[in-house]
Design a protein around this ligand. Structure first.
Ligand SMILES: Cc1ncc(COP(=O)(O)O)c(C=O)c1O
Length: 391
């Protein structure tokens, strides 16, 4: 299978080794192993530390341990451990699902803009992909359910959605999810809901919708320890689906990564147990960054604006310089050591993707440097216009 270049990942991996102020990051500032264990009560901490040190580093249970699958299953309604497959991140989960359930010629619908994997892998499989565009409406990015209804055909095999959305911060409500499920059911399609940003509600904001998996057998939820738990280095995610789907994906995974790491599996169990404390830590980071961003955008309204995220950790910043987004992003990275991902990598020109999960000190410095860069680029343009006028 030949898949097109993952433009965002190429851009991120080019600059993340160079730029010090990464405010393009899609996750929350990662935890260390010590910080994670510190969430445990002291007596249990000691016992888990011993389990970690004594863990024999053999191959792990291929689907993920029954303990971890059971813990994950318990976060859904009526899901058991056999209906969960632990994967190498949400990225492997999406890949396995698209490859196992779809074939060339199938019609699929993918939300757009989105994490590129959602539609690029389906394209590589040979599917006919229709994009369901998120639209801007009164200072918010919103999902237009009527537009989705028009895209569904009797040939539609899968609807791929992502809520909270990367990169717009848009949200689907419980009613939206029900309507999408009913649409899929009416044509015998699956709904793959990438819930990489589950549990990442905005403090004081709208509650997030329930997971898609709760809605019925055609609903598939994909989750991860990367974003809500600040543990992308574990490389652990999961699929929650019917047992048949889980078996099909497991069988495909035998050829890819075989089994998740046992060390990660154990640490992931700790993270799930201490979820409330981790969510509180995330809220504290996100709240500080949102407060700073609000002040920054009102002070620099001549340079840039945004629709704050309604959920998750990401939003699009619209800048007021007439330059392509990769020129602006590359200038920021090369001259100011700041990472803000170019909107072009999402097919969204004139914008930069910003993440609100970075440490507040780096987030604030990143934004200050961004202001200096945008001021310089604006002055450059004014000077260029002035020169043109004189000639
Ligand atoms: C929407 C979405 N899905 C999946 C992934 C992949 O995450 P993971 O680290 O769990 O593989 C990302 C990463 O940024 C994402 O934003």
């Amino acid at each position: 299978m030949k898949v097109e270049t993952f433009t965002l990942e190429r851009w991120m991996s080019t600059w993340e080794v160079v730029a010090k102020f990464d405010i393009a990051e899609s996750g929350v500032y990662p935890l260390t192993t010590r910080e994670l264990l510190d969430f445990l009560p002291p007596d249990e901490r000691q016992s888990v530390e011993n389990q970690l040190l004594d863990l024999r580093l053999g191959y792990n249970e291929a689907r993920g341990t029954a303990r971890l699958r059971g813990d994950i299953a318990a976060t859904y309604e009526n899901v058991n451990a056999d209906q969960v497959l632990v994967t190498t991140g949400a990225i492997e989960a999406n890949y396995l699902l698209v490859n196992s359930l779809l074939e060339a010629g199938d019609h699929v619908i993918s939300v757009f803009p989105a994490y590129q994997q959602l539609f690029s892998v389906a394209k590589a499989v040979g599917c006919e992909v229709s994009l369901w565009r998120i639209v801007e409406d009164g200072g918010n990015y919103v999902f237009d359910l009527d537009a989705l209804e028009k895209l569904v055909t009797p040939k539609t095999k899968m609807i791929l959605i992502n809520t909270p959305n990367n990169p717009t911060g848009a949200l689907l409500s419980n009613d939206d999810l029900k309507r999408i499920y009913a649409l899929a059911e009416s044509v015998g399609a699956w709904v793959l809901c990438d819930e990489a940003y589950r549990w990442l509600d905005i403090p004081g904001g709208e509650p997030l919708a329930e997971p898609m998996r709760n809605l019925g057998p055609r609903a598939i939820s994909v989750g991860t320890f990367s974003k809500p738990f600040g543990l992308p280095g574990l490389r652990l995610g999961w699929i929650a689906a019917t047992e048949d789907i889980v078996k099909a994906c497991w069988s495909a995974r035998d050829f890819i990564s075989l089994a998740p790491s046992g060390l990660s599996d154990l640490l992931a169990s700790v993270a799930l147990r201490e979820r409330d404390q981790i969510v509180a830590r995330n809220h504290a980071i996100v709240q500080q960054n949102l407060d700073y961003a609000e002040g920054w955008f009102s002070k620099h309204s001549e340079l840039a604006s945004w629709n704050p995220p309604r959920g998750g950790l990401l939003a699009l910043m619209k800048y007021n310089v007439d330059l392509p987004s990769d020129t602006v992003a590359n200038t920021l990275a090369a001259d100011y050591s700041v990472m803000l991902a170019p909107g072009s990598t999402f097919g969204y020109e004139g914008h930069l993707r910003i993440g609100i999960g970075q440490t507040p000190a780096i987030f604030a410095e990143g934004l200050e440097r961004t202001a200096r860069c945008l001021e310089r680029l604006t002055l450059g343009q004014t000077a260029a216009v002035g020169t043109q006028g004189a000639s």
